[in-house]
Ligand binder design. Sequence first.
Ligand code: SF4
Length: 447
Amino acid sequence: MALSGIEIFKLLPKTNCKKCGFPTCLAFAMALAQGKTEIGKCPDISEEAKSKLSEASAPPIRTFSLGKGEKAVKVGGETVMFRHDKKFFNPTVLGVNIKDDLNDEELVKRAKEVVDSEIERVGQKLRVEAISIEYASNNPERFESAVKAVAESAPDAILILNCGDPSVLERAVKLVADRRPLLYSATDANAEALANIAKANNVPLAVSAEGPEALSALTEKIKALGVEDLVLDPRPKNAGEMIQHNTIIRRAALKKGFKPLGYPIINLVTREDSLLEANIAAISIAKYASIVVLSSIEKWKNLALFTLRQNIYTDPQVPMQVEQKIYKIGEPTPESPLLITTNFSLTYFIVAGEVENSKVPSWLAVMDCEGLSVLTAWAAGKFVASKIANFIKESGVENQIKHRELIIPGQVAILSGALEDKLEGWKVIVGPREANGIPTFLRNRAA
Ligand code: SF4
């Protein structure tokens, strides 16, 4: 639990020496309670007080990295129950489970699906990040060779070693310890052995028990053995129980400061029915999972889950926007058409994509409307005739094109008259209402 200013004050030296930059110890304590300074600024604090304060000021959900290098990702670190309260920080890691009893060719093929899963959406690169290798063969050599094959075929994937047998896991983890794999999972039966393996190899450990209560007892036991980077698997029996368990865990960590449940959550949502699996994964992403493991990844499923994850993990207070400028789509000439839209990322990428689909090289004027879409910007008085006219005049596009025709979105057709008044010598053409009408519209004009 967070300490109050007075509770912190009681732990300080109370000499008012000002070395921390504050006039008194009380002022320092108050600032520390509000997160405006750091404990380390007081050079005279005792080690005992420092450790008490460090523990109290630790984030409610532990944050740590999975994987190594450029593609390593952070998990945990969330501070709110609902995205609109502030924002969610570390997007859910998506992973696929591969059983080690597949033949080598199939193993490599499935690992490569993960590498090839990357797509670009709204300017961000999105992909399936993790591969869980499941010990299904009951053959330690087979598990090791599967771990090796997957690690080589997907060199930057995060690895999850899904094996509860300590002797098998101990050998396999050595092959990929430098990749900082997640060990899955410690249970009542093997907790001590797996904790020792995780500690010896400095890798995170998933802890698996039925429900939050059993989990909290197990995390305390494992933490006492010296492993700090834990992931919680509450082993829900169905989607309803998953929501219930995940919510209890998040609430206990954030609202009650209950440290034994202050860790990121993993949900294995593997189902035979791929559509059902996608639906359960979506619920898991929305309701607090830091890692979701699927049984298969298909393009349709990836796109749906990537989009959902991206929407949930963007900052609701900061609209996603692109730079205001005149963009070239294809290799436009001075005779090519000029279209205009706003700088809301989604609007830009959809419009730019449809212009590209038309195969008609074009100029796309993107106007800064503080990240609002066309209709919202118009309603807010940011995408109006006078401002559009100023932008076009100041953009320098008049030096790049020979004609004086501006295509505006059909949704703001109402602006065409006023815009022609403000943009002297220009003809304003009303384009399609929806972006998917752009290819036909541009091709018909070019014909
Ligand atoms: S440095 Fe420490 S002891 Fe000195 S005033 Fe600040 S809090 Fe108090």
